[in-house]
Design a protein. Structure first.
Length: 423
C-alpha cells in the first residue's frame, strides 16, 4: 500500500514537473518564426544606415557595447548585476566574433525575443524587455548601421554569473515568469506626438531599465509606471518620473524638459550621475521633435501618489555640526541660504533632490562629486568636486542632515549607516 502511494506521488510530481517544463519551453518560444534569410540577403540603403546611426544614439547602444579604451561597439564592457557580471557583446560586423554572419531576422529575433543567432537565450542586461517594442523597420535600420561599421575581431568575454543564474534553464524560467514579447501599439486617445514619445521612452530609450523598481530576481515591477528604483550595483537612485516629489515633470514647461534632455540643465533641474551620461551619449543628439515628443509623454504620466513623510529633526549637535560644515565647504557656491547661482550652481533650498526619501544620490554627490554633461548647448558646465578626501562618514551624514532640514526642508536625517550603505 505504501509503495503504491509513493508511486502515485512520484508520478504526480513527474507529471507536474513535465507540465512546468512544457510551459517554460512554450513561453520561451511563443511567437517566434523560423529564420529563413541569411546575412547575404540584406542590402542596406544609405537612408537605412543614417537612420540606424540615429537610432543607435537614441538607444545609447555604445554606452554598454564599448569597453573603456576599446573600439566602439566591439563589446567587452562588464555590467555588474546582483547575480554576477554580464559582458556586452561585439556588435561590429566581424564574421567570427561579431554580427557578420547575422541576418536581419536573427537581429530582429534578438531585439524582439531576446535570443541570439545560435538560439541561446540572452540575459536581460541587454534590455530586450524594452526593445521588444521596437518596430521591425527600426530594427532593420539599426542592423544596417551596425553592419556598416568597421569589423573588429574581439571575442565575447564569457559572463561571470553565479550558479544557478549562469544556466540557460534558470534564464528560461525567469523569462517565462517575467518576459512577454510585445509590440508598440498606438494609443488613439492621444496625439501622434504623445505616441512618438511613448515609443521612444518605453522602447528604444529603455527608461524603465533604471526608472522602474525591480524585484528580488531583477525583473522590473510595473515598468510602464516609471516609479523609480535603485540603479543596480551603482548606489544611485533613479527617481520616479511620475512623482512631483522626485523627478516628475507634469508641472514643468515642455521646453524645460526638452532643455534638460538636450543640454543637461534647465530652469527646473540638472542631470547628474548616470543621467548625465545618458544626456551626453544619447539624448543631446536627438532631434528637437523627438525630444519634445518625449517631454509631452513624460508630462502626461499618471501621477504617482507619493505624500510627503516629514522626518525627524536631526539632533542639535548634528544640526550644528552640519551647519558649520556647510558654511565651510558648500556655501561659497550654493549660498548661505541654499540659493545657488543661476546658470552655475543649482539651488539647494526647495530642491526636491535634497528631500527624497532615499539619500543615496546625495551621498554619491558629496563623496564622488557631481558633474553635468558637456553638451552642445552647455559645452563648459560647472561641476562639484568630490569631498571624500575631506569629510569622514560622520561629517557627510551631518552636512546632509543639515541640508535636508534647513530652509524649510523636513526630510529625515542621514545616518553613518546610510553613508556606508550608499558609497
Amino acid at each position: 500500500m505504501k509503495r503504491t502511494l509513493w508511486l502515485r506521488g512520484f508520478l504526480a510530481l513527474l507529471v507536474a514537473g513535465l507540465a512546468v517544463l512544457a510551459w517554460v519551453v512554450w513561453m520561451n518560444g511563443r511567437g517566434e518564426s523560423p529564420i529563413t534569410d541569411t546575412a547575404g540577403d540584406f542590402v542596406a540603403t544609405p537612408q537605412q544606415v543614417a537612420r540606424g546611426a540615429y537610432l543607435a544614439r537614441a538607444g545609447n547602444c555604445a554606452a554598454c557595447h564599448t569597453a573603456r579604451g576599446g573600439a566602439a561597439y566591439a563589446g567587452g564592457l562588464g555590467l555588474a548585476t546582483p547575480f554576477g557580471t554580464v559582458f556586452a557583446s561585439n556588435l561590429t560586423p566581424d564574421p567570427q566574433t561579431g554580427l557578420g554572419l547575422w541576418s536581419t531576422q536573427t537581429f530582429w529575433r534578438a531585439m524582439h525575443h531576446g535570443r541570439a543567432q545560435d538560439g541561446r537565450l540572452l540575459y536581460p542586461a541587454f534590455p530586450y524587455t524594452s526593445y521588444t517594442l521596437v518596430s521591425r523597420e527600426d530594427s532593420d535600420a539599426l542592423f544596417a548601421y551596425l553592419r556598416s561599421l568597421a569589423p573588429v575581431s574581439r571575442r565575447n568575454t564569457p559572463h561571470a554569473l553565479v550558479f544557478p543564474f549562469n544556466t540557460q534553464a534558470a534564464l528560461a524560467v525567469w523569462r517565462a515568469l517575467y518576459f512577454r514579447p510585445g509590440a508598440f501599439e498606438q494609443d488613439p486617445t492621444h496625439t501622434p506626438e504623445w505616441n512618438r514619445g511613448a515609443y521612444l521612452v518605453r522602447g528604444l530609450g529603455h527608461c524603465a531599465a533604471c526608472h522602474a523598481p525591480r524585484n528580488a530576481l531583477g525583473a522590473t515591477v510595473d515598468a510602464q509606471a516609471l516609479h523609480g528604483g535603485m540603479v543596480a550595483m551603482q548606489n544611485w537612485y533613479a527617481p520616479s518620473l511620475a512623482s512631483n516629489r522626485e523627478a516628475g515633470v507634469a508641472d514643468w514647461d515642455t521646453q524645460h524638459v526638452v532643455d534638460l534632455l538636450q543640454t543637461g540643465m534647465s530652469a527646473r533641474g540638472t542631470a547628474l550621475g548616470p543621467m548625465a551620461e545618458v544626456v551626453y551619449r544619447s539624448t543631446q543628439h536627438l532631434l528637437p521633435d523627438d525630444l519634445r515628443a518625449m517631454a509631452v509623454f513624460l508630462k502626461d504620466l499618471p501621477p504617482q501618489s507619493h505624500p510627503a513623510q516629514p522626518g525627524d529633526a536631526p539632533g542639535a549637535a548634528q544640526y550644528a555640526n552640519g551647519q558649520r560644515l556647510y558654511v565651510r565647504h558648500c556655501a561659497e557656491c550654493h549660498g548661505r541660504q541654499g540659493e545657488g547661482a543661476q546658470g552655475a550652481y543649482p539651488p539647494l533650498a526647495g530642491n526636491r533632490v535634497m528631500t527624497m526619501d532615499t539619500p543615496a544620490n546625495l551621498v554619491q554627490l558629496v563623496l564622488h562629486g557631481g558633474y553635468l554633461p558637456a553638451t552642445a548647448g552647455n559645452p563648459r558646465p560647472y561641476g562639484m568636486p568630490p569631498f571624500r578626501h575631506l569629510l569622514d562618514d560622520a561629517e557627510v551624514a551631518d552636512v546632509l542632515s543639515y541640508i535636508r532640514h534647513a530652509w524649510g526642508h523636513r526630510a529625515s536625517p542621514v545616518t553613518m549607516l546610510d553613508v556606508l550603505q550608499y558609497q
